[in-house]
Design a protein around this ligand. Structure first.
Ligand SMILES: *Cc1c(COP(=O)(O)O)cnc(C)c1O
Length: 361
């Protein structure tokens, strides 16, 4: 077996021990004579995995008891529509902070459904930075403030969570979920697609405060009703049982390496290694993102020419590094270094970057 270093932005690499455990149990789950993915979601075994996954998430992520944890299909994108449908009742208003592609998409969907206000838009800087607290003036009557904590495509990340005068924050944390401690009090709802830091694609994990959830509309089709998912413990209909199972194994892996403390420690070391390689390259690799806005999950950079960038991706691929091409909408390079990426992978990439510069710089 030879595994490469996969820097894909999502779906992205999973920890090897997680893949190995799932592979080992795939055909015959705990001597049941069948696979977990062949079992009814109403049976005891799946129910045990489901309930344990929620409990593990609560424990590892330090989710307070007044937050519900939901597993909802349709990924993060479904939440872009489902949240305004449920919470933007007639006459209410949501504030949006537009930091890049994903905040933009959420705003576009909410605008179809209800009234929105753009509090800040990073367009004039080409979405290269996160706003400071001073630049944010919220609408006094806003129902919630939407923001995206990590813009996966632009490579910028909130390193603080803004004061919003008590207005609940609704946050898209798809690409930095479970990579940092959360000041839960500021949030009404947090959602994240599973395919970056948690599991394969197919779900969004939603953390919703009890009081915020109580405001959700109930006169909606069943699957769009938060109250129903809360009541049914995310088992209103058939969940993607495979995704929940892999998430369960991933959460146990996080626990086994030392939990959120260790995740945060490794995260900082990995991100600093790549940013150092960029900053110390004398302009061969470059980023115009200020230090206080740089993402620790998705690191983007440019090089002198499109040809050089293309060559970098090609040669990297030959050396066993995949997924380094920047998103098609912005170009350049991007290394996504989620929780599953080992330090050795980042070390190898940084070595490659230095060698490449030596040859072509
Ligand atoms: C990947 C991503 C999404 C989209 O997730 P889907 O599960 O494909 O809907 C939304 N927001 C952010 C920040 C992302 O990184």
């Amino acid at each position: 077996m030879s595994r490469i270093y996969n820097f894909s932005s999502g779906p992205s690499m999973l920890p090897l021990p997680v893949l190995q455990e799932v592979a080992e149990k795939l055909v015959d789950f705990d001597q049941t004579g069948m696979s977990l993915i062949e079992m009814s979601h109403r049976e005891k075994i799946y129910d045990g995995i489901h309930t344990e996954t929620i409990a593990l998430m609560r424990k590892i992520y330090e989710v307070p008891d007044d937050f519900h944890i939901l597993f909802l299909q349709g990924g993060a994108t479904m939440q872009f529509g489902m949240i305004p449908l449920a919470f933007l009742h007639k006459g209410s208003l949501a504030d949006f902070i537009i930091t890049g592609t994903w905040a933009q998409k959420a705003h576009a969907d909410a605008s179809v459904v209800g009234k929105t206000a753009v509090v800040w838009d990073g367009k004039s800087d080409n979405y290269a930075r996160i706003p400071s607290q001073r630049e944010l003036q919220f609408s006094p009557n806003a129902t919630y403030v939407h923001l995206c904590t990590n813009e996966t495509i632009q490579g910028i990340q909130w390193q603080y969570f803004p004061e919003t005068n008590g207005i609940p924050i609704v946050a898209d944390m798809s690409s930095d979920v479970l990579s940092r401690r959360i000041p839960w009090k500021k949030f009404g709802l947090i959602f994240a697609g599973t395919q970056k830091n948690l599991a394969p694609s197919g779900l969004a994990v939603v953390f919703v405060h009890r009081d915020f959830a109580a405001r959700a509309r109930t006169d909606l089709p069943a699957y769009l009703r938060y109250d129903l998912h809360i009541k049914e413990n995310s088992l209103y209909n058939t969940p993607p049982t495979f995704v929940v199972w892999v998430m369960n194994v991933t959460l146990k892996w996080i626990q086994s390496i030392g939990g959120l403390d260790e995740i945060e420690r490794l995260r900082d070391i990995k991100a600093e290694m790549i940013y150092a390689a960029i900053d110390e390259s004398g302009g061969f690799y470059k980023t115009n993102i200020p230090k206080e806005s740089r993402s620790k999950m998705n690191i983007v950079w440019r090089m002198g020419s499109d040809e050089l960038e293309k060559k970098f991706v090609e040669e990297a691929k030959k050396e066993g590094f995949d997924g380094l091409k920047g998103h098609r909408s912005v170009g350049g390079l991007r290394a996504s270094i989620y929780n599953a990426m080992p330090i050795e992978g980042v070390k190898a990439l940084v070595d490659f970057m230095r060698h490449f510069q030596h040859r072509y710089g």
